[in-house]
Design a protein around this ligand. Sequence first.
Ligand code: NAI
Length: 253
Amino acid sequence: MTARTMFDLTGSTALVTGAGRGIGRAIAIGLAAAGASVVLHGRDLCTLDAAETEVRQAGTGQPVLRWAVDLAHPERIPGAVAHLPAIDILVNNAGIIRRAPVAAHTFDAWREVLTVNLDSVFQLSRAVGVGMVERGRGKIISIASLLSFQGGVNVPGYAASKHAVTGLTRALANEWSASGVQVNAIAPGYIATDNTRALREDPTREAEIRQRIPAERWGRPEDLVGAAVFLASPASDYVCGQVLVVDGGWMSR
Ligand code: NAI
């Protein structure tokens, strides 16, 4: 295998959740540029117009599909997956964050975050992963977080959900690695997206965060693409149950 074929996704079909904006959109574009056909997921099909245009431009004419399901209702996922083509690469990217100290962090907010960030990842990995196991090949990549390792500030539900995503990643890898399905996660650092808008609009927090990052800048969604293509490609066929941190050095500080 050459360096080029090692990262070639031609002939694969990737499903990226939350592909309409932010990290999901950048990863969808990156996977298309590496040759994959991409299924863009969103809560509503109409949120995917711009992403679909960019994904088509990045690719070389391979199909681009859209698929809608509200991940706040993970019980709907198995039925919705039945309408998808065979998926070779699943990127569990969609996620939400609710910011409040514990005393003000309602149980509803906790449940909302755990449902979208964890329950839907379990449901989707299971619904798509079983087909991968039957076909003897597949890649599942979940987007974890630095808060898979740290407690964070005012985000107890989010931190709990992202710790759990890494546990689920390892559990699935233990079970499915022998079937040719690699299950891994990417832990992004602080990336400039809607998810971190409140932090970047608070001048004190923005400066605190930026100054702690050895790379001395916030991450961009495109910074995650290399890791995603690696974990989606034959280059990572013996990488199982890992959490790849892409954070400008935050965790090493
Ligand atoms: P974002 O807020 O721009 O994107 C989140 C995506 O998830 C959107 O496309 C949104 O429509 C989708 N989504 C949310 N709830 C949904 C639902 N109920 N049904 C269907 N889709 C839903 O934020 P970003 O940063 O692009 O987030 C992507 C992932 O990266 C998330 O899992 C987030 O937790 C994670 N992450 C982000 C970091 C950052 O600094 N931005 C750092 C670490 C992890």
